[in-house]
Design a protein around this ligand. Structure first.
Ligand code: PLP
Length: 421
């Protein structure tokens, strides 16, 4: 019968969810600042900014108004060939000015995975056009997360997400997470003349909230420069304010060849991503007459770009980059003592407004339901979080969170975790 489903009452197939188990979804209806309301009226403090995206907070009229105005005027048109629109032109110019050490050229996408896929294709096409068609190998890090498209799935270092697909991206190798020498060795092992690019998140997000050891990022940047390997920095979670700078690349003193962003670019008010290509790597296309035969229907979507511009204004006008710095300063004091709670092994904090509350891996091995139970217990205590790949709870609130709300976040996490022991 049309409209019925065999295995449950809902037709909605949730990402990353066992749909054969009974499911009573938390249906959220409203958001204001960092506060979410569910259909049954219960309220929660959102500790994760949705999926790392909501830097400005929920319910921002300025951003909604920008969307409304652009949707009515001209919501979208092609940007293929010689077509363009004003919001896309303005946003590209603005991003080129915000990213460190430009100028940059900006390719628009519809999200983070699109940006990663675009960057991988760009790297190969770039070397091919420069006469180095054997430079096809992509290197990336264990524990990294770069999204869900084919190349992105393969280059992400989370084994569970790669199971069962075979080789989605030939000529790809994973290297150790925090060891610059591992990059040097991989380049030597495969031959620098074969390596197209090294892709890395400045701070690993979904793979567990892992901060880089001091000096790691500048060391890998230097290795890439020395071997003429494209240095692709995936700033889908760190970009647009999470580190207190517009980009983590600036905070860590990096000048990548390609810089990828999405999420915080619009604070999630619309789906939009971008690939920034440093001008030193644009020559085959911007000087050589070659065409990058790549683009998406919604590349440079006018309403999404208008939303991004309004979001950048919001972050600027409300001092939310400085706010990220304040959150970063407070998180160690607020969460640090959780490491003495029963199920917590450690709390990872570092130079960004984010933390990972690591549930003891030994306990997780003994009881794989521990992390989902921890997430639910914290929810019962009024705070929304989620379990990351390595069994850490994600703490990455909207940058508008007040000191009082940060205290409430920490109290809720503590209370929830205590109820498990
Ligand atoms: N890259 C990083 C670092 C991410 O964290 C994510 C998503 O979490 C992606 C890429 C993929 O982005 P999307 O889910 O928008 O495709």
């Amino acid at each position: 019968m049309p409209g019925t489903t065999l295995n449950g009452p809902s037709a909605h197939w949730h990402p990353f969810q066992n749909m054969s188990a009974p499911l009573d979804p938390l249906v959220l209806t409203d958001g204001e600042g960092v506060w979410m309301t569910a259909r049954d009226g219960s309220r929660y403090l959102d500790a994760t900014a949705g999926l790392w995206f909501c830097h400005a907070g929920y319910g921002r009229r300025e951003i909604a108004d920008a969307a409304h105005a652009q949707l009515l005027r001209m919501h979208a048109y092609s940007t293929f060939g010689d077509y363009s629109n004003e919001p896309a032109e303005n946003l590209a110019q603005r991003l080129s000015g915000l990213a460190p050490g430009g100028p940059w050229k900006v390719l628009f996408t519809s999200g983070g995975s699109d940006s990663v896929e675009t960057a991988v294709k760009y790297a190969r096409r770039y070397w091919n056009l420069r006469g180095y068609s054997e430079r096809t190998v992509i290197l990336s890090r264990r524990d990294s997360y770069h999204g869900m498209h084919a190349a992105a799935t393969d280059i992400s270092g989370i084994p569970a997400n790669r199971v069962g697909y075979g080789t989605l991206l030939p000529d790809h190798h994973l290297i150790a997470r925090d060891d610059a020498q591992a990059l040097e060795h991989a380049i030597k092992e495969h031959g620098a003349e074969r390596i197209a690019a090294f892709v890395c998140e400045p701070i690993i997000g979904a793979g567990g909230a892992h901060f880089p050891p001091a000096g790691y990022l500048t060391a890998v940047a230097e290795i890439c420069r020395r071997h003429d390997v494209l240095f692709i920095v995936d700033e889908v979670t760190t970009g647009l304010g999470r580190t207190g700078a517009w980009f983590a690349s600036e905070a860590f003193g990096l000048e990548p060849d390609l810089l990828l962003c999405a999420k915080g670019l619009t604070s999630g008010y619309m789906a939009l991503g971008a690939v920034l290509v440093h001008h030193r790597r644009t020559a085959p296309f911007w000087d050589g007459g070659e065409v990058f035969r790549h683009g998406y229907t919604y590349s440079g979507h006018a309403a999404a770009a208008a939303v991004a511009l309004a979001n950048l204004d919001y972050l600027t006008d409300h001092g939310l980059l400085a706010a990220a710095q304040r959150i970063e300063d407070r998180l160690p004091r607020l969460l640090g003592d959780l490491a003495s709670e029963g199920v917590v092994q450690s709390v990872r904090t570092g130079p960004a407004a984010l933390a990972g509350v690591q549930i003891n891996p030994q306990l997780v091995r003994e009881d794989p339901s521990l992390v989902p139970r921890a997430v639910l217990a914290v929810r019962e205590a009024g705070v929304l979080t989620r379990g990351l790949a390595c069994g850490a709870l994600q703490i990455s609130p909207a940058l508008c969170i007040t000191d009082e709300e940060l205290e409430a976040l920490a109290t809720g996490v503590r209370k929830g975790l205590k109820s498990l022991s």
